[in-house]
Each structure stands twice: as C-alpha cells, then as structure tokens.
Design a protein around this ligand. Structure first.
Ligand SMILES: Cc1ncc(COP(=O)(O)O)c(C=O)c1O
Length: 387
C-alpha cells in the first residue's frame, strides 16, 4: 500500500535520542526542548515558541491566553480536522462555522460578511445579534499547508478587538510571498500560532506541538500554565489551575533532528504536487487542487478534485478503486457543522465547504514518495477514468 503521509526518520534522530537516554534528560525540562523551541522560533520568525504535548493542547492554550471565556463564540472553518473545534469547546466557548475559499481555507469575505450582517458592536465587544455571544476569537486554519488569505482578516479582527489564532498545524514551512505579509511564516502573524508534530505532519516528534507568539509575557504564561502553574516549584504552591502539557526532551530531540531536514521535506512535497499536476493534466473530470498564489506553500497533502459526471466515478468510488490498486487516499474531514457534537451550532452559509468536501480526495504525499510510487498513483487514477 502506498501510504498517504508517513514520516521520514533517517537523520540524526537516533543519535539525539541516545544522547537523552545517555544523559538521563528524558523528561520535559531538558536541553533539546530549549533548542527545539529556539530553532522553531528562528525558522518561523515568531518571537517565542513554547513546546507542548500536541497541537490540540497548543490550540486550547492559545484560546485560554487569548482570553476566550465560557459562553463566548469563536469563529472557525467547517472544513478542517475537528481538533481546533474541540479546543473551542474545551474552554467552554461555542464554535460558529464559516465557509471556505477555493484553497479550503476560511474565506476573508465570509468572515467580514458574518461580522457585518450577524454581529453588532457593544460595550463588551463584537457580539452576535441573535445570541448576544461575544466574538472572542477567530481560528484561521492553514488547511493542507495552504496559506490563509490572512492580510484582510488581520484588519477585520483588529478593528473589532477579536483575537486571531492561526492553526498552522499543517503548514510548517509555508510563508507568504506577496503583499504586506511577504516573507512571514504562517503561525507567526496572528496573536497566537500553533504547530503540530503528529506522525503525519511535515516533521514529527511522534506527537507534539508548539505555541508561537510575539508576546514575551504570553509565552511566559504559556510555560507556566503548561507546567502545572507552579508559583513556588519547590514548595508546590499553585495560584492557578495548570496543565501537564510540556513536550518531553526525548520528543524534542526527535524534533530537532527532523527540523534539520525541513527544507528537504518541503521541497519533496512541493515537487510531488507539481508532478501530480503535470501528469494528471488533461484527465477529464479530475483536477489537482490549486494552492494559493500568494505563498510558498509546503504542499503537506496534495488533493484532487473530482467532477463525478465527467470522471465517471465519485469520490467514494475513486477511493475504493485506488484501494484495490494499493494506493491509500482519504476524503476531506466530514464538515464539522455536520458532526454530532456541533450540529446545533451556527453554520453561516457553508455551501462551498460541503461541495469541496464532496469532490476532494487526498492522495499520497509523503516526502519519501518515490517517482515509481507517484507513477503508480497516477496510473491508478488514469485507469479509474477508463473503467
Ligand atoms: C488542522 C489541524 N488542527 C489541529 C490538529 C491537532 O494536532 P495534534 O494531532 O498535534 O493534536 C491537526 C492534526 O493533527 C490538524 O490537522
């Protein structure tokens, strides 16, 4: 089976993990944690990076630090993995689902239209007309590593005192190439950004995440909260409810080794995306999903869009066909406004999210995908057309 996205672990991972074991630095305080944080901060241009156990915890931490309170509303895309939506619920807030653009990301126009039409400014901030809920934050997810059209969203949020959290869990290596944000890395622009080092991501620590912020006080608070809020670490005095969320030194050691090869991994994934585009051009009813032209995108996962009437198979049939040919593929996440825990939440004109979900399939994109494997995927898709 040619897998969708697997890690490439063939660098200094063994050596650095051995160093942890040999020195006894295995737990959360340790030299590799500090080094991983410094190197990620340097790579992304974020002022501060705080290593945590996973991206989901990082998102929850970001919402806490952004001042999201129980009963608030947080604007989220419907089309994304469920983790950022769950993080909203973990802090007692309610997600409100907005529609996406052609690159699967929250559309700036959808955000502006929702705030103009469905919300009003009161003394306590921007609130929803119907429910009176305060709009405390927006979570912009850089889906598949595609850079969100963030520039207009930044001013939309700032004008209304709404916090902007970037879910950059899929987009390490993605940076803007045009406009006012040119040169800036995803995750380093909003009030907070969050990375993930889950096994299927561009780099992995097995499981892990990183909170990014330019605010030194927020970074200090993130370290405090993620290490059980120790006000006196010797006598175990705690003035707040904290969390056990710090990344271990062993995981950070893997992360440092992986980060050494980030450019290579991103180059490979971008090459795969381009090659799929060339080899599948002209297949009727099939299109490699475009990536936003305003950024150098990491192309974490390549997606194809299927027009079932012209291709002759819908998304599910294509996935089943690829399976018989030894190719793993996956549909997009079930839209979150249709997920059982979130069906009663507000979903604001999310028609495009549903139609893109119906048409899209992710295909093998690992950095280590060989030319031969990529050729097999292309042949399997071309064969499907012939059936
Ligand atoms: C968009 C998105 N947000 C959040 C997460 C959660 O990250 P983690 O698995 O590290 O908790 C993931 C991936 O796993 C993701 O794809």
């Amino acid at each position: 089976m040619i897998p969708l996205s697997i890690p490439e672990i063939s660098g200094n991972e063994w050596a650095y993990v051995k160093e942890c074991l040999d020195t006894g630095w295995v737990s959360s305080a340790g030299p590799f944690v500090n080094r991983f944080e410094q190197e990620i901060a340097h790579r992304t241009g974020a002022g501060h990076a705080v290593a945590v156990v996973n991206g989901t915890a990082g998102l929850q931490l970001a919402l806490i630090l952004a001042g999201v309170r129980p009963g608030d509303a947080v604007l989220v895309p419907s089309l994304t993995f469920i983790a950022p939506i769950n993080a909203v619920r973990y802090v007692g807030a309610e997600p409100v689902f907005l529609d996406c653009d052609d690159y699967y990301n929250m559309a700036p126009e959808a955000l502006l239209r929702f705030l103009d039409d469905a919300c009003v400014t009161r003394v306590n901030g921007c609130v929803m007309k119907d429910s009176g809920r305060r709009i405390a934050a927006v979570i912009a997810v850089h889906v598949f590593g595609n850079a969100v059209d963030l520039e207009p969203m930044l001013s939309t949020c700032r004008e209304r005192s709404i916090a902007l959290v970037e879910d950059a869990t899929e987009s390490l290596g993605t940076r803007y190439s045009t406009g006012a944000l040119a040169g800036r890395h995803t995750g380093s622009i909003g009030d907070f950004g969050v990375l993930s080092f889950n096994g299927n991501k561009v780099i992995t620590t097995g499981g892990g995440g990183m909170l990014l912020t330019s605010d030194p006080a927020a970074a200090a608070k993130a370290r405090y909260l993620s290490t059980q809020a120790k006000d006196d670490p010797i006598r175990y005095v705690h003035d707040e409810v904290g969390y056990n969320w710090r990344l271990t030194n062993v995981q950070a050691a893997i992360g440092v080794a992986q980060l050494e090869r980030l450019d290579e991994f991103v180059a490979a994934r971008r090459r795969h995306h381009a090659r799929y585009g060339e080899l599948l051009a002209g297949v009727s009813g099939l299109e490699v999903a475009p990536v936003p032209p305003w950024a150098f995108n990491n192309c974490w996962l390549t997606a194809v869009r299927i027009d079932a009437s012209r291709f002759g198979m819908d998304r599910e049939q294509t996935m089943a066909h690829l399976q018989t040919k030894g190719v793993e593929s996956r549909p997009l996440w079930h839209p979150n406004h249709l997920q059982r825990p979130y069906r009663d939440c507000v979903a604001w004109n999310v028609g495009r999210s549903v139609s893109l979900w119906e048409q899209t399939l992710n295909i093998p994109s690992s950095a280590g995908l060989t030319d031969e494997q990529l050729g097999k995927v292309v042949t399997a898709l071309r064969d499907a057309r012939g059936l």
